[in-house]
Design a protein around this ligand. Structure first.
Ligand code: SAH
Ligand code: SF4
Ligand code: F3S
Length: 441
């Protein structure tokens, strides 16, 4: 028997890339690859990249540079670049880094096995098409390994929103929903392999409108209800949503579907209508706040998370203060905030009225101070309360298990009798900014 080849995958960017990395590893599993967590041990290295901000994209090149000695020591080592930088830069990557053998975009990785054969034969392979076929339907499946209790499942891809700062519509292509039956089949398979919580993924997941089993178009709420009927699946989440696609049935699901967890990531980006308009967000601060009110009416304990961009071209101090005011009004349990990064090919990158970098940095620090304060308060508010925790893995201390609350907070408990995959009631006794400690009830 020949030794299996080893695959090292490194993932950058969003959860969709995490999901894609799993699927790429599975596809190459069918070509005889087994995963390794050491680059220096690998026969193939695959970087699954992110193009969302300049720093994210540049990381790829510095990482590739670090593989040079590995390639020199092992000429058979193949190096591939996948994901959104691959899509955006294509062959340019091979010009900048001659040691790259393979470049594959997010919509063509079902062709990886053929590409792998080509590069093994000494060719260089580039595929950044947007093919007509559904890659998920054409992905080879490797061995069906047991899975961790919480898994991602992509149900929708691409984006037609064209926010003026964002590369996603260009790197991921047009918005497409997977047929409900395929999503359900994949979910059943995950549950058979030990999964108890599924997070449905999409760049605009709440715009989901897949073909249903009955031929009609299903909304995300309808899909969630069908998934909830799967025995053994205990929890459902979804991310990322756009405020304009948050329809009534989905808001209602937070009240009526017990398996849908009370956590929602709903990016707003900015609190100034003038800036929102320039961002082409097509909603106002006010409409977002009204939406949050309706969501909280459906599910009063909903924990909200968001994304923010500061220093968008033309942002004044008054605009920025509108963002702070919106944050104070909404109250987030968790959030991500970024300094605006001009991306080639996007309309905002053409604007001349860039905000001074020092000013943008200062605003980012002020926003993050406020968001951190809100996150600490949300964590502290858990002390003395009971949470339902899905345990995922052992913690660092002996006998400790770590899991997630219904609000997606990390919780650790000393409970050697608990196994990964179990859900238990926990009384929270201590709060840190990024984790909670508790005891079994
Ligand atoms: N589809 C999701 C977001 C995808 S990108 C949505 O619409 O909410 C994730 C986050 O990165 C965005 O929400 C935004 O806050 C940030 N982001 C995107 N482009 C950016 C840019 N050019 N500069 C800085 N942050 C950016
Ligand atoms: Fe980007 Fe806007 Fe689409 Fe989100 S909705 S992926 S921010 S273009
Ligand atoms: Fe990055 Fe692509 Fe996701 S640009 S955020 S990896 S969709």
């Amino acid at each position: 028997m020949t030794e299996p080849k080893k695959l090292f995958v490194k993932t950058y960017g969003c959860q969709m890339n995490v999901y894609d990395s799993e699927r790429m590893a599975e596809a190459l599993g069918a070509s005889g690859y087994v995963p390794t967590d050491r680059a220096d041990d690998a026969d193939m290295i695959l970087l699954n990249t992110c193009h969302i901000r300049e720093k994210a994209a540049e990381k790829v090149y510095s990482e590739l540079g670090r593989f040079k000695p590995l390639k020199a020591a092992k000429p058979d080592l193949k190096i591939g670049v996948a994901g959104c930088v691959a899509q955006a830069e294509g062959e340019e990557i091979m010009r900048r880094q001659p040691m790259v053998d393979l470049v594959v975009g997010p919509q063509t990785y079902h062709r990886l096995p053929e590409m792998e054969r080509a590069v093994r034969a000494g060719a260089r392979a580039v595929d950044t098409e947007f093919p007509p076929e559904d890659k998920f339907a054409h992905l080879p499946r490797g061995p069906r390994a047991r899975r961790a209790p919480a898994a991602f499942l992509t149900v929708q891809e691409g984006c037609d929103k064209f926010c003026s700062f964002c590369v996603v519509p260009y790197t991921r292509g047009a918005e497409v929903s997977r047929p409900a039956e395929r999503v359900l089949a994949e979910a059943r398979d995950l549950v058979d392999r030990g999964v108890r919580e599924i997070t449905l993924l999409g760049q605009n997941v709440n715009a989901y409108h897949g073909a249903g089993e009955d031929g009609s178009e299903w909304s995300l709420a309808r899909l969630i209800d069908a998934l909830a009927a799967i025995d053994g699946l205990a929890r459902i989440r979804f991310t990322t949503s756009h405020p304009n696609d948050m329809r009534d049935d989905l808001i209602g699901a937070f009240a009526t579907q017990p398996k849908l967890m009370p956590y929602l990531h709903l990016p707003v980006q900015a609190g100034s209508d003038r800036i929102l308009k320039r961002m082409n967000r097509k909603h106002t601060a006010e409409s977002y706040i009204r939406l949050i009110e309706r969501l909280r009416a459906a599910r009063p304990d909903l924990l909200l998370s968001g994304d923010f961009i500061v220093g968008f071209p033309g942002e004044t101090e008054a605009d920025f203060e509108d963002t702070l005011a919106l944050v104070r009004t909404v109250g987030y349990g968790q959030a991500y905030s970024f300094k605006y990064s001009p991306r080639p090919g996007t309309p905002a990158a053409e604007r001349a009225d860039m905000v001074d970098d020092a000013v943008a940095s200062d605003r980012l620090a002020r926003l993050q101070a406020l968001l951190t304060e809100q996150q600490r308060a949300a964590q502290a508010a858990m002390v003395g309360r009971e949470a339902s925790v899905l345990f995922e893995k052992p913690g660092r201390m002996p006998g400790q298990m770590v899991g997630k609350s219904e609000y997606l907070q990390a919780v650790h408990v000393t409970a050697p009798q608990i196994a990964a995959g179990e859900i238990a009631r926990v009384r929270i006794v201590e709060a840190a900014p990024n984790s909670l400690a508790g005891a079994l009830v």
